[in-house]
Write a protein that binds this ligand. Structure first.
Ligand code: SF4
Ligand code: ZN
Length: 322
């Protein structure tokens, strides 16, 4: 099959758009979508100058999504002195798995001269995910602890580096899965948070709560295309799955979504379009803390929280008390 745009052989077919694309046109289309997000989300404000650049912290795990995001951002802003990238890798204390993905990260940043920082749960919380998964004091999935710890590290390091933006490599499938999970669970508050967390232009909401604006510039790119991009560009990527991955519900949603997408191409895109509209409505309802849920500071660590103590501190204490 020929490329829709030229005479070369197509390397992929996007059923949702009908396009067949050759390698150069496919690579270009992924990059274009990422750059469009950066533009549409208004990530680079007019007052960023070479003298006063913005610092963007990118969460780099070594998996395909964050590697592709870091690589495209690096290509885009390498020559642009208004943006400084810092890649941040978090080592959760998962033997084997994270050590190997750290190698992928190091290869990527070394070749490109990207500033790279590594944070560990061991140093931050005196905790390792291998032990948490084994002890499991609150009888939850390991990812429930891990996600809270990760968000805390990301936010704190972004603060330490004086970051203006915090970027993560969530792709279209990730986002559509999360959207469906929140809807199926009836979790309207979480839907509202999606607006705070990822819609552009960056909301005053985030600034107001003392939180660093977040962005997911890969969120228009389906997972399979991210994988193909990484493969065609021969990027150093760690493909294994975490041994503690256990989100059973997400797995079911994933299967459902794949099937829906196959029978009705474009489903993921339309889920996200509708979800973003819903999130904006929900945020109006939940955003202004009218029910007295004002954001204060955790009495142990100072992180923003609506409780006396943040969730992270509560989890660290639970893990330590085993
Ligand atoms: Fe942490 Fe779960 Fe991700 Fe493993 S799969 S790194 S436990 S969030
Ligand atoms: Zn805390």
């Amino acid at each position: 099959m020929d490329c829709t745009k030229c005479d070369r052989d197509a390397v992929m077919h996007a059923a949702y758009s009908g396009a067949h694309l050759c390698e150069p046109h496919f690579l270009e289309s992924v990059e274009r979508r990422v750059r469009r997000r950066v533009r549409e989300d208004d990530m680079l404000p007019a007052d960023a100058t070479p003298e006063d650049p913005e610092t963007w912290v990118v969460g780099l795990s070594g998996g395909k999504d964050s590697v592709v995001l870091t690589d495209i951002l690096h290509d885009t802003f390498e020559e642009d002195p208004r943006v400084e990238l810092v890649a941040l890798t978090i080592h959760e204390g998962i033997e084997g798995y994270r050590d190997e993905s750290l190698d992928a990260c190091e290869e990527l940043v070394a070749e490109r001269g990207i500033r790279h920082e590594v944070a560990t749960y061991r140093e931050e919380f005196d905790v390792e995910m291998d032990d948490v998964a084994e002890d499991d004091p609150l009888d939850m999935a390991p990812c429930a602890y891990c996600g809270v710890f990760r968000r805390d590290v990301l936010a704190r390091y972004a603060d330490e580096y004086d970051a203006d933006k915090l970027l993560t490599g969530h792709n279209l499938d990730d986002e559509a899965e999360t959207a469906l999970m929140n809807v199926f669970e009836g979790n309207v508050e979480q839907v509202a948070k999606h607006f705070d967390a990822s819609l552009g232009p960056f909301g005053e909401r985030n600034e107001k709560d003392g939180m660093i604006p977040r962005a997911k510039p890969l969120r228009d790119v389906p997972e399979k295309e991210v994988a193909l991009y990484a493969q065609l560009r021969d990027l150093p990527v760690h493909m294994e799955e975490c041994p503690h991955a256990s989100e059973a519900f997400r797995g079911e949603i994933q299967d459902l979504l794949l099937k829906l997408e196959e029978n009705h191409p474009g489903t993921r895109h339309s889920i996200m379009a509708g979800y973003e509209e819903l999130a904006s409505l929900a945020a109006d309802e939940y955003g202004d803390d009218e029910d007295g849920e004002t954001v204060g500071e955790c009495e142990e660590c100072g992180a923003p929280t609506t409780q006396d103590r943040c969730r992270k501190c509560a989890l660290v204490d639970a893990v330590e008390s085993v």
